[in-house]
Design a binder for this molecule. Structure first.
Ligand SMILES: Cc1cc2nc3c(=O)[nH]c(=O)nc-3n(C[C@H](O)[C@H](O)[C@H](O)COP(=O)(O)OP(=O)(O)OC[C@H]3O[C@@H](n4cnc5c(N)ncnc54)[C@H](O)[C@@H]3O)c2cc1C
Length: 433
């Protein structure tokens, strides 16, 4: 008889519970709501979707659509329930939030092998445990996690910079160079003259920002601005003074144009997101600007006029662990292999990605810990959570994760079709094996 405790009946915990119970595990699932609510949840339903009711596009030519197809092929439990409770939304899978939450709760409460207990857990139970308590993990359990993994390995918010696709960058303007030519030229550099810099700073100052949730504003004031200076939004740095960016993240020194020798007044650096260098991260551009404003303002930078954004920047209240440092490949902790982490706490970002994480942890517990191929979004998200990297930040599904196509394709639509085709073929082969 296999027994497991799951803490948190959100998207990841509910998926893991159903997967494991269906495979014969006795699951005890703890959920603190409604006795104790998070600052964002409003109901006592399992798998409550807290904000937008969209699981994003179903088109396989989008990263979100491709991820859902891969997950369906792998036997996801929650996606079919979402599809049963869809509302019209074009190509997107949007759901009737309450109907979805009720349906998942019914499935869990009526499952003969799931014992569902409404209780906050603050200390770690014995035996095999999955912690799936999400971005708003309760304070009591957060304190226990801090004690277990140490202060350095648990974060309280994410600060994500935008990612652009490499082939949308104008290489006539943007050049490779490492500051003072130290090491490999791993960075691309956007050189700015004085006028371009001033226009950029002004645009950041005037740009429209996301309204922070009430609970986020206090949190940000208390924690981010005091202790995590490196993660300050770029528009906040611009607000502090005209020169702040130029003497910080946009320092131009040591970044002369290798061909003309021209010294930039300021420079923004781009760092490759993957070994194939198909996607680049805009270093230091974590931001609370709205997505539309990010696109508009960043496209005013020289060489980014036609930039295709694979992921937008954001800053959120988010509890997550430094998985690449502390996880085994099956999402258990190196220091306690009985303890597994799932959902946003494991470092994925987004509803569907959180469901995926619950599904992957369950599959590992069922003895199936072979990673899907590198050309799948699932395979790449898994690798993102466990392979070593500097400055680990949560990740959502995006095409920038995928390796370059064997034969480059310029047409954007055809390129996405090729990604989708390659991924689904590889996934079918993988699952057949
Ligand atoms: C305000 C907000 C808005 C978001 N909006 C979107 C969006 O629009 N689109 C999107 O794709 N993603 C969004 N996300 C991100 C993310 O996808 C969701 O938070 C997602 O629900 C995460 O899934 P999860 O299973 O990891 O955590 P959750 O779904 O949050 O589930 C965690 C569960 O654990 C419970 N819990 C916490 N602590 C304890 C404890 N100690 N004991 C017992 N139970 C506990 C919680 O009550 C909760 O039910 C948002 C996140 C937040 C915070």
């Amino acid at each position: 008889m296999k027994n497991i405790t799951i803490i948190g009946a959100g998207l990841a915990g509910s998926e893991a519970a159903l997967q494991l119970a269906d495979k014969g595990w006795n699951v005890t699932l703890y959920e603190m709501r409604p006795r104790k609510m998070t600052p964002a949840h409003e109901t006592d339903f399992c798998a409550e979707v807290v904000c937008s009711n969209s699981f994003k596009s179903e088109l396989p030519t989008t990263a979100g659509g491709l991820l859902k197809q891969e997950m369906q092929a792998m036997g996801c439990a929650l996606l079919p329930i979402a599809q049963q409770h869809r509302v019209p939304a074009g190509n997107a899978l949007a759901i009737d939030r309450a109907a979805f939450g009720k349906a998942v709760t019914r499935r869990i409460e009526s499952h003969p092998r799931i014992t569902f207990v409404r209780k906050e857990i603050t200390s770690l139970p014995a035996g095999k445990v999955i912690i799936a308590t999400g971005p708003l993990t309760s304070d009591g359990l957060t304190a226990t996690l801090l004690q277990t993994v140490g202060n350095e390995q648990l974060y309280f918010f994410d600060a994500i910079a935008p990612i652009v696709s490499a082939d949308s960058i104008d290489r006539n303007v943007i050049y490779e160079k490492t500051r003072y030519d130290k090491g490999n030229p791993d960075y691309l550099n956007i050189p700015l003259n004085r006028q371009q810099y001033d226009v950029f700073v002004e645009a950041l100052n005037a740009g429209q920002k996301h309204e922070a949730h009430e609970f986020e504003s206090d949190f940000f004031d208390d924690i981010r601005f005091q202790f995590y200076e490196n993660c300050t939004p770029i528009e906040e740095l611009a607000r502090r003074g005209r020169e702040t960016l130029r003497y910080g993240v946009m320092r131009g020194v040591g970044l002369e144009n290798p061909i003309t020798g021209e010294k930039p007044y300021a420079a923004l650096q781009l760092r490759a997101e993957n070994t194939d260098k198909t996607a680049y991260n805009l270093v230091g551009c974590q931001t609370m600007l709205t997505y539309g404003e990010q696109k508009r303002i960043l496209r005013t930078l020289p060489g980014l006029e036609n930039a295709v954004f694979l992921r937008y920047g954001s800053i959120h209240r988010n509890t997550f662990l430094n998985g690449p440092h502390i996880f085994n490949p099956d999402f258990s902790l190196k220091l306690n292999p009985e303890l597994f982490i799932a959902g946003q706490l494991a470092g994925v970002e987004g509803y569907v990605e959180s469901i995926l994480s619950g599904m992957l942890v369950a599959q590992c517990l069922n003895g199936n810990s072979a990673m899907p191929p590198e050309v799948t979004i699932t395979g790449q998200l898994w690798r993102h959570l466990i392979l070593p990297k500097n400055n680990f930040q949560p990740m959502n599904a995006n095409f920038g994760l995928l390796p370059a196509l064997e034969t480059p394709i310029r047409d954007k639509r055809k390129k996405k079709e090729a990604f989708a085709h390659r991924s689904m073929e590889a996934m079918k082969k993988f699952l057949n094996q």
